[in-house]
Structure formats: structure tokens, C-alpha cells
Design a protein around this ligand. Structure first.
Ligand code: 4NP
Length: 156
């Protein structure tokens, strides 16, 4: 028996570009499907704790009808593996950093976001931070595909 409500934490490096976009995309697809989920995001680094998402990330989400302006950066901790059922890394470095802090006795299932997109298993969501608007559109498409795949997993 498992009555636990799914709780998904997305983790990138800064928690101002990719993981807040993944959080916004996940909230969007879950609401659209009428599925109750807890969703949050965090960074492996602490440089942007307390800050809103990057303006370009806010803008791409807004172009797709999703408001992420209320999100604030925070740093991931080992305790997150207890509070969440799924911890989802945006790239391989994030995944390796999470494996290093993961409690020995388990907790949340750990995966890469694109593991949930058929044909893209093992791939990273590239960091758009040093790129342009087109890069943020690619990120949005990737996090939407990942969110839809995670929703299928949770509903299965
Ligand atoms: P994110 O992008 O990991 O997708 O939030 C980054 C944002 C800021 C920095 C690195 C990555 N930074 O070094 O400040």
C-alpha cells in the first residue's frame, strides 16, 4: 500500500533557470490533468538563495502561460530525500552532487529529468544561463516534455 502523495523536487545548479522552469512546467501539466502533487525546486549551489528566477526564465514561462515569479531560490539538503518521493536532477553534474548527499538508507527516487522522455534517457537539460532567448525556449520545451513524462509515471 502506498497512500503517499507524490512530491517532486527538481534540482539544478543555481535554482534560477532550469529547475524553476521545471517546477512551473510540472505545476502546469499537473493542474491541467487535475492531478494533486507537491512540487518544489532547489539548487545544489547557494549563490541565488532567496532570489526570484532569472528574468529570462520568468519571461519564457510567461510566454507559455505560466507564472513563476513567486518562486525563490533555495539550496537542496539531504533532508529533501525524506520529504520528497522523487528528486529529479536537470543534468549529470546535479545528479552526481545529489548522489553524494543522498542518505544511505534511501528515501526519494533519484533520476534525471530527461530519463522520463522516451529517446532522451540519460541526457542533460543544458544550462541556458549564458545563452540567449532561443536557449530558454529549448529549455522550456525540454522541461515540459520531462514534466509530461513524470506525470505519466505518477499516474501509472
Ligand atoms: P540554473 O542556471 O542552474 O539552471 O539555475 C544557473 C544560474 C546561475 C549560475 C549557474 C547556473 N551561476 O553560477 O550563478
Amino acid at each position: 500500500m502506498s497512500a503517499e502523495k507524490p512530491a517532486i523536487l527538481f534540482v539544478c545548479l543555481g535554482n534560477i533557470c532550469r529547475s524553476p522552469l521545471a517546477e512551473g512546467a510540472m505545476r502546469h501539466v499537473a493542474a491541467r490533468a487535475g492531478v494533486a502533487l507537491r512540487v518544489d525546486s532547489a539548487g545544489t549551489g547557494d549563490w541565488h538563495v532567496g532570489e526570484p528566477p532569472d528574468r529570462r526564465a520568468q519571461a519564457v514561462a510567461a510566454r507559455h502561460g505560466v507564472d513563476i515569479s513567486d518562486l525563490r531560490g533555495r539550496q537542496v539538503t539531504a533532508l529533501d530525500f525524506r520529504y520528497f518521493t522523487h528528486v529529479v536532477a536537470l543534468d549529470r553534474r546535479n545528479l552526481a552532487d545529489l548522489e553524494a548527499i543522498r542518505p544511505k538508507d534511501g528515501g526519494a527516487r533519484l533520476s534525471l529529468l530527461l530519463d522520463h522522455v522516451p529517446g532522451r534517457e540519460g541526457q542533460a537539460v543544458a544550462d541556458p544561463y549564458y545563452g540567449d532567448t532561443a536557449g530558454f525556449e529549448v529549455t522550456w520545451a525540454e522541461v515540459m516534455a520531462g514534466a509530461e513524462g513524470l506525470l505519466r509515471l505518477i499516474r501509472a
